[in-house]
Structures are given as C-alpha cells and as structure tokens.
Ligand binder design. Structure first.
Ligand code: PLP
Length: 479
C-alpha cells in the first residue's frame, strides 16, 4: 500500500475508511436482519440478471460494490443469521468470530507447514487441547498423547480423512501404494449423514459396500444389527474397515449407542469414527455429555463449532486417537516442501492431516470466541437453546392438533400435524412463504414432519413463542 502502487491498490487510508464503513454495514445488518424475510424470495436467475454481463474494464469505487450488495445481493440471501431461522441446523456466527475471520484474512498466512507460520499451527494445537478440556473429551485426543486435534473445513472432510486412515490400517499400510481393496466395507446407519457415503465413494469404496444399519424406534443405530452385518461380511471374505456412529443425527438428533458400538469395533478391529457435527458443541455443558459416554472407544471424532458454537464457517474440530495412522495415510513429502523443522520431527505439519495442502489461520476465530465468551458464556448459549426447544416441545405435547415426531434430545424439535402428510407439506410451504420464519422438513418412519432447529446466535424465547403462534395460526388456515 505504499506510494509505489500508483493508486492501483486500495490505499491504507481508503482501506481504513472502507473497512470501518463495512463493519458499520455488518452491524446494521445484524440489527435489522430480524425484520427481513428469512427465506430469499428471488426466482432462479434473478440475481445474475441484475449483474453486468461483462467484468469492468476499469476499477470501480468500493461504494459502488456496496451499493450492489444492497441492491442485488441482499434480496438474494436467505438470512441464516436471522433469529427466526429454524431450518436445517444453525450456522453460528458471532462478533468475535467475525473479527477473527477478518484478522485471518488480513494476516493472510498460509499454514500448510509449521515452518510457513509457526503461530498458525501452534495456536491451532493449543486451542484444540483447550477443546479437549472444555468438552471433557478423552485425554488421548490431546496433542501431548498418541493423538491430537486439527481444524478441518467441514465434518465431511473429517469423515473422509478418518476413512482414508481406516482404509490404510485395514490394508496394513498398502492402500497408499496400491489403492483401495475392493473387499473393504463401511458401516453407517440409515440416519447417518450422506457425507459419509460420499467419503466412501471418494475413497474408492462404492455405495454397494456401504452398509446402512437399521435403527431403533428412536432412530439410533441398533448395535446388534451392526454386529450381524460385520460378521456376515467377514464370513463372506470381505474386510470391515470403518464404522461411523452419529451423536445427533441430521434428521432428528438421534444418538447412536457409543458404548456398544465402540466395544464391538474394538473386538472386531474396525475403525470407529464418531460424527457429532451439531451435537458435539453441547458437550461444553457437563449435563449434556452423557451422549458421548463411550467416546474413549472411538478412533476419531468430530464436531462443528460452525454449527452451534458461535464460530463462523468453516470450522470443524477433528480429533484422532492415533495421529500416526492419519499422517501415514495422507503424508507425501515433495522436495519443495522439505525444511529443517519438518525433518526434525519436532513439529506438526497440518497439511498431513487434511485433503488440501494450503490452510487458513482458522484457529484465530475459535480462539477469539473462547476468550470472548469464556467457557461459562458458551455453556449459557447451549443451555438457552436447549431450554427453548424443551419449552416448544411442551407446547406440542399440550396441543391437540400436533404431536412430537421424535425424542427431543437437544435443540431440535421434530413435530407434525396429526392430520397427515399432505397438511404437513402445505403447512411448511405456507409458513415459509410468510417470510417470518424458516423451517425445513424430514421424513422419518415414512412420515413427513417439520423440524424446528433452535440454535441461531440471537434466537430468544420470544422468537420461539412467535414461531409457535405462527405455526398454530397457519395450520388453522391450511387445514
Ligand atoms: N454430519 C451431520 C450429523 C450433519 O448434520 C451434517 C450437516 O448438517 C454433516 C455431517 C455435514 O456437515 P459439513 O457441512 O460440516 O460437512
């Protein structure tokens, strides 16, 4: 940004002014997002039609870009940060996290190796060790043990990396030389997130080798069915390599029985990965840790602070019990990356723990979040949402027209109108068309149901009360 730039770059003074204006814009957006229609109303192609067909030949002022953000981009947004957003699972952000992202962008370091920015690696290791303590996770997930933690972009990447390590182990180290043995099998439940099946496909294990184990009435994997499936496959000459258990399934936050599944995996020598993408954040509260009992039997574990722990996407915390197994499956050291620190063996090079080579300084935002809120503040965030979900579930239980469609384990309420699938479909459409809330659906036991996922950073009880009033009024209208 020196005078030598001849005005091509934004000067320091312009950056300061534009940056301050942008921070003001974001703060204003947060203040008013509650009153915007939650679900975007644009038609397909409408956003592109409002953009110039060709890129500008000459640079434009920052104010012109922000004008278009207001005019074109904003109407094309579904407002994930609205306190009336109850769809899918939340995608949390918070002011300290956004500032951490900004700092990450401003520093612009690329932390593929310890040597390419020691603080990027060491802060990540440190914050993940804090996580082990904060969440009551097994001590072998700490960096000073056989294992350790890494920040992945998503739970999908964590599952893929875990699966590749499991594949290597199941093939006694041969996978990285000769590729996937066609006899490898993977086990999930019918409720496991599709990212695990996608990971299997990427790892060369086709869908036909992914067993979808039956679930019980609460939609949790039945450990006996898993045992039967593993033993059947082994008897048929196949190689059971990887089980994924879920704590907090996507449809209904069902919790798979880790102690039984973990014991079985240990007996059969199969890698156990535990996916707690949403629900893992709740472990910051000791009273919600029961669902993680048995986690000490897992080989790998992940959860997403970017879902429910006030941290901007992307941020998935992944832990492994045996870091050597992960690194063995992913590490290749070309000449151009060789350096003294790597060769000394005294440092972590996180490029060996992930798919990508390059990596952003993601630990900054998590560090800011933990320091701003303190563990106590993070617990309050989770507890408030769980309390709101329980209260909403009470309203459903008291109602004559509605029923709960799955156990409420944390902050997600699955419910349905008693009058059948058709009315539930119409109800959902009518609710979302109001713009006042946004909910999504799922199908469980062949029945269509609505999901109210509470967890947006600024959702308060009054938003949930208003949602319930709107659900009842709208149901009367569409019934
Ligand atoms: N696992 C579970 C249980 C999920 O609910 C989700 C997304 O909602 C995922 C995995 C995928 O998450 P990501 O977008 O981080 O890959």
């Amino acid at each position: 940004m020196s005078g030598e730039d001849h005005g091509r770059h934004m000067s320091s003074e312009e950056f300061r002014a534009n940056g301050k204006a942008l921070v003001d814009w974001i703060a204003d957006y947060w203040d008013r997002v509650e009153n915007l229609p939650v679900l975007s109303r644009v038609a397909p192609g409408e956003v592109r039609a409002a953009l110039p067909a060709h890129p500008p030949e000459r640079g434009e002022p920052f104010s012109a870009m922000m004008g278009d953000v207001d005019r074109v981009i904003l109407p094309g947004l579904t407002h994930w940060q609205s306190p009336n957003f109850f769809a899918y699972f939340p995608s949390n952000i918070s002011a300290p996290s956004v500032l951490g992202e900004l700092l990450c962008a401003g520093l612009g370091v690329q932390g593929m190796l310890w040597a390419t920015s020691p603080a990027c690696t060491e802060l990540e290791t440190h914050v993940l060790d804090w996580m082990v303590e904060m969440m009551g996770l097994p001590a072998h997930f700490r960096s000073d043990s056989s294992g350790g933690g890494v920040i992945q972009d998503t739970a999908s990447s964590a599952a893929l990396c875990a699966l590749v390590a499991a594949r290597e182990r199941a093939m006694d180290g041969a996978a990285s030389r000769i590729g996937t043995d066609a006899r490898l099998t993977v086990y999930v439940s019918t409720q496991t997130h599709s990212s695990v099946e996608k990971a299997a496909r990427i790892a060369g294990i086709g869908t036909d080798r992914v067993r979808k184990i039956e679930v019980d009435a609460d939609h949790a994997m039945i450990a006996d069915r898993l045992r039967e499936s593993i033993d059947r496959d082994r008897g048929a000459g196949l190689i059971p390599a990887f089980v994924c258990a879920t704590v907090g399934t996507t449809s209904s936050t069902a919790i798979d029985p880790l102690p039984q599944i973990g014991t079985l995996c240990r007996e059969r020598g199969v890698w156990l990965h535990v996916d707690a993408a949403l629900a893992g954040s709740a472990a910051v509260c000791p009273e919600f840790r029961t669902s993680l009992a048995g986690l000490d039997l897992a080989d790998s574990y992940c959860f997403n602070p970017h879902k429910w722990l006030l941290t901007n996407s992307d941020c998935d915390c992944m832990f492994v019990k045996d870091k050597a197994a992960l690194v063995r499956s992913l590490s290749i050291l070309p000449e151009y990356l060789r350096n003294h620190a790597t060769e000394s063996g005294a440092v972590i090079d996180y490029r060996d723990w992930q798919v990508q080579l390059g990596r952003r300084f993601r630990a900054l935002k998590l560090w800011f979040v933990i320091r701003h809120y303190g563990v106590e503040g993070l617990r309050a965030h989770i507890r408030e949402h769980v309390a709101m979900a329980r209260e909403f579930a009470d309203r459903i239980r008291e109602s004559e027209d509605f029923e709960l469609a799955a156990p409420v384990t944390l902050s997600l309420v699955c419910f349905r109108h008693r009058a059948g699938d058709d009315i539930n479909r119409r109800l959902l459409e009518a609710l979302n068309a109001t713009g006042r809330i946004y909910l999504t659906h799922t199908v469980l036991d062949d029945r269509h149901m609505l999901r109210l996922a509470i967890g947006q950073t600024h959702t308060r009880p009054r938003h949930v009360h208003a949602a319930w009033d709107l659900v009842r009024e709208t149901a009367r209208r569409v019934a």
